[in-house]
Write a protein that binds this ligand. Structure first.
Ligand SMILES: *[C@@H]1O[C@H](CO)[C@@H](O)[C@H](O)[C@H]1NC(C)=O
Ligand SMILES: *[C@@H]1O[C@H](CO)[C@@H](O)[C@H](O)[C@H]1NC(C)=O
Ligand SMILES: *[C@@H]1O[C@H](CO)[C@@H](O)[C@H](O)[C@H]1NC(C)=O
Ligand SMILES: *[C@@H]1O[C@H](CO)[C@@H](O)[C@H](O)[C@H]1NC(C)=O
Ligand SMILES: *[C@@H]1O[C@H](CO)[C@@H](O)[C@H](O)[C@H]1NC(C)=O
Ligand SMILES: *[C@@H]1O[C@H](CO)[C@@H](O)[C@H](O)[C@H]1NC(C)=O
Ligand SMILES: *[C@@H]1O[C@H](CO)[C@@H](O)[C@H](O)[C@H]1NC(C)=O
Ligand SMILES: *[C@@H]1O[C@H](CO)[C@@H](O)[C@H](O)[C@H]1NC(C)=O
Length: 539
């Protein structure tokens, strides 16, 4: 009981009351459409009060392919406003503002995923449920494909940075109009492409946010698209001698990776705490006379595997993208990346609709193309600027995190960027910690899920849609930790992640672990119970 009360106290500390107590929510929602129409370049589609618990459904069918659900249950009473904002005479965004009745005075922008033009409604529900005036946009186009970029540089420009920036400018304006006073603090959260969008804002629009939570960021974006294509170049189609089957990845290879590297951290739990220490040697799997061919690899396959785990160098020997980390061979991205017999759609779309044209044969991608794509860098989508001094100077805070078993975007790329910022700004980690902290999440796949303690409030899924005080405790919730850092100056030392049995809270906690901030490494003390965080420390 005492514990529960303490949690409640924490929650009220970071949700300090309701700002607009004296205003009439329902008439404000009635008026917002006509008021918003006076914002430049903006048309209101619809607006209206939506009670908490409403099951909203959406019609953007191709967004299912981007993992965006076609319905969402709301978690707070809110005024929902949908708008069309033009960004040029040939482009525009569709955006929504979810304005909760119980407003905390905070503004929040959400991001997107992949090449998608899909509003991430779960993110809006999470933000509004926590009392943020929350906005999200379709990134300048509809659906999960990159086809809309073809011969439409204005649409591409929206995707690279202008959609987020525009929805922030318009969203802040609507927030002020609706509640009758401007926001006190401005936040952002997103993962993957959403992580890249967060860093784009930190790099180029430092005034947009006080706090940014940028997960598994798709930084070094041009080379990421080429890195995807390179997996096909290495592994080929199912009839190629270098091809490795899905069963070999998730069985033979994953088990062998764990055999070589799981206990480097002192615990045989299926999680490689720091894959940088894993110098995986596939040669051990090469078939010898008499071995069962389903339990081994040919020399050609082993060589392909070695290349998958090697950094990608360019024509001039330049590092283009760091190595794939071992450990995620049992995750869902194996199919898209390694075994579909074609470059993953992000990569083929990028080369078809941005770098070249639809007639280009993406199965022929080579180093010349990779270099051409990097040099093209439209609207600086690389998002690798290491000078964050303007964001630091305005006292902004950024939390980034990356799953160490993420094979879709290598966690090593985020280390590379962190080190690049340190070098560019001439700041050692202890000083970077003043405004940017990077948490390495062991055993987590891309943004969510995995064998590790992957639930730490980074999205609505990561709190199982359940806004309990415990789930919102800033020690175990990266979003509320960001709020606490910005508003109370209490920076997160660690992020406490939870792994539930079968990812089902009702079945209880399997283990929990405090994830350390880079470059510290989570280290088991080799005596206590490894399933409790107290048996580990950051060194
Ligand atoms: C919301 O509606 C969808 C169909 O549009 C349905 O599949 C889903 O189960 C509903 N969710 C809840 C919680 O009612
Ligand atoms: C959004 O506004 C632009 C510019 O005014 C217009 O061309 C476009 O048709 C509008 N889109 C929708 C879906 O109404
Ligand atoms: C409205 O859109 C045009 C481009 O179509 C742009 O030049 C102008 O700056 C926009 N106005 C505002 C206030 O954003
Ligand atoms: C608004 O907040 C108050 C106090 O925190 C709470 O009692 C109430 O249930 C909330 N209302 C809604 C609709 O969330
Ligand atoms: C995008 O989807 C919105 C609905 O979310 C629709 O109003 C609009 O017409 C669509 N735009 C295009 C270009 O298909
Ligand atoms: C080879 O291994 C597979 C799977 O483990 C097994 O089903 C098969 O019987 C084995 N073949 C021989 C010849 O041992
Ligand atoms: C890549 O392919 C193109 C077209 O076939 C060819 O001209 C170029 O020399 C190739 N580059 C490399 C590095 O092999
Ligand atoms: C939310 O969490 C509480 C406390 O752990 C639990 O009792 C409740 O069943 C959960 N609700 C849902 C919808 O998961």
């Amino acid at each position: 009981m005492l514990k529960k009360l303490l949690f409640l106290q924490t929650i009220f500390l970071w949700l300090p009351g309701i700002y607009a107590t004296s205003f009439d929510f329902d008439s404000a929602c009635n008026n917002i459409a006509s008021q918003a129409a006076s914002i430049a370049n903006t048309t209101v589609f619809f607006s209206g009060v939506v009670p908490a618990g409403t099951n909203l459904s959406f019609t953007n069918p191709t967004c299912d392919a981007a993992g965006v659900a076609s319905f969402q249950v709301t978690l707070a009473d809110m005024c929902r406003v949908a708008l069309n904002v033009s960004t040029s005479d040939q482009s525009g965004i569709i955006m929504e503002a979810w304005l909760p009745r119980n407003w905390t005075g905070r503004f929040l922008s959400t991001g997107n995923g992949g090449l998608a033009g899909c509003i991430q409604y779960a993110d809006l529900a999470y933000g509004a449920g926590l009392g943020f005036a929350t906005v999200g946009a379709n990134n300048g186009h509809n659906g999960s494909s990159g086809q809309a970029f073809y011969n439409h540089p204005e649409v591409l420009e929206d995707f690279v940075f202008r959609s987020i920036h525009t929805n922030v400018l318009v969203g802040k304006e609507i927030t002020k109009t609706f509640y009758g006073s401007p926001h006190k603090f401005s936040y952002y959260f997103g993962c993957s492409t959403g992580g890249r969008q967060g860093f784009k804002s930190v790099q180029e629009f430092p005034d947009d946010f006080d706090g940014v939570l940028a997960g598994s960021p798709a930084l070094n974006f041009n080379n990421l698209m080429s890195w995807f294509g390179r997996f096909f170049d290495i592994l080929g189609t199912p009839d190629s001698p270098s091809f490795i089957t899905a069963d070999q990845w998730s069985g033979l290879i994953h088990e062998n990776v764990l055999k070589q590297c799981d206990t480097i951290d002192g615990v045989a739990d299926g999680i490689i705490e720091d894959p940088n220490l894993c110098d995986y040697k596939p040669e051990e799997l090469i078939c010898v006379p008499g071995s069962n061919s389903s339990d081994c690899l040919t020399a050609t396959q082993a060589e392909a595997l070695r290349q998958v785990f090697s950094p990608m160098y360019g024509l001039r020997g330049n590092l283009m993208y760091p190595r794939q980390q071992p450990g995620g061979e049992d995750t869902i991205y194996v199919e898209g990346l390694y075994t579909s017999g074609t470059p993953i759609s992000f990569s083929s779309d990028w080369f078809h609709y941005v770098v070249y044209d639809p007639s280009f044969d993406v199965t022929k991608l080579n180093l010349t193309d990779y270099q051409y794509a990097e040099d093209l860098n439209p609207f600086n989508i690389a998002t690798f600027n290491g000078d964050l001094s303007a964001f630091k100077a305005r006292n902004g805070k950024v939390i980034t995190y990356h799953g160490q078993a993420d094979i879709l975007i290598s966690p090593t790329d985020t280390e590379l960027y962190y080190n690049h910022v340190a070098q560019t700004m001439g700041l050692p980690p202890a000083e970077l910690d003043d405004f940017m902290r990077f948490f390495r999440i062991s055993g987590m796949s891309h943004c969510v899920t995995g064998d590790g303690a992957w639930q730490f409030g980074q999205s609505l899924l990561a709190v199982e849609g359940n806004l309990t005080a415990e789930n919102l405790d800033p020690d175990r919730n990266a979003l509320t930790a960001l709020v606490r850092w910005v508003e109370e100056g209490i920076a997160p030392d660690t992020v406490l992640g939870t792994k539930y049995v079968n990812d089902t809270p009702e079945l209880g906690v399997e283990f929990s672990r405090r994830h350390c901030r880079y470059p510290l490494r989570n280290t088991y003390d080799r005596v206590g119970d490894s399933s409790v965080p107290e048996s580990w420390s950051c060194q």
